[in-house]
Design a protein around this ligand. Sequence first.
Ligand code: GAR
Length: 213
Amino acid sequence: MPAMKRIVILISGRGSNMQAIVERCRSEGWPAEVVAVLSNRPGAAGLAWAAQQGVGTGAVDHKAYASREAFDGALMQAIDAQAPDLVVLAGFMRVLTPAFVAHYAGRLLNIHPSLLPAFPGLHTHRRALETGCKVAGATVHFVTAELDHGPIVAQAAVAVRPDDDEDSLAARVLAQEHVIYPQAVRWFVEGALALEGNQVRQRGGAEQAVLAS
Ligand code: GAR
């Protein structure tokens, strides 16, 4: 049997994507284990859930560090103590330094609640509605130095409804995040992703797009 892949998940709050990954990893018997959930916010709700599930947890409070570099250095130490094969950003709301991103190059995934390259940054659903978009969605991508860019692993698109507000749209997109993020992490730990330049191919030919309504 191949060695179990070690996954560290970083969160800042609720952690619903983290939960989806932990649950599917266990229920589907991936060749992987979520060895730790770490947060920059000691009070993050997701930490309590992870601890209840018997997953190791930790916090590196960004407020205790004078600079982004110092915080990222401490975070890297906490992550590397777990010897991860993959680091998963799941609602981790900190901008990472180039040194951090370089250290985890090729083993750092993020989910962003828009159809990148549209709407990098914050308030994606509000901006999509203000723009009059008829389609919104979420993107799983490898992290590179440029914020919310990087090779795209999977995307889910949802139709924008005439009566949508920010919350209703966010909820429908989040439901699809819980589909594509566990799927993407599973592909990674199974060695099913091939990174060729800026393109990510699923070796088994699986669909990397979800079109929801
Ligand atoms: C998710 O919608 C995720 O896409 C978004 O934060 C939410 C976290 O929810 N991430 C970003 O905006 C990153 N820039 P969760 O804590 O319940 O997974």
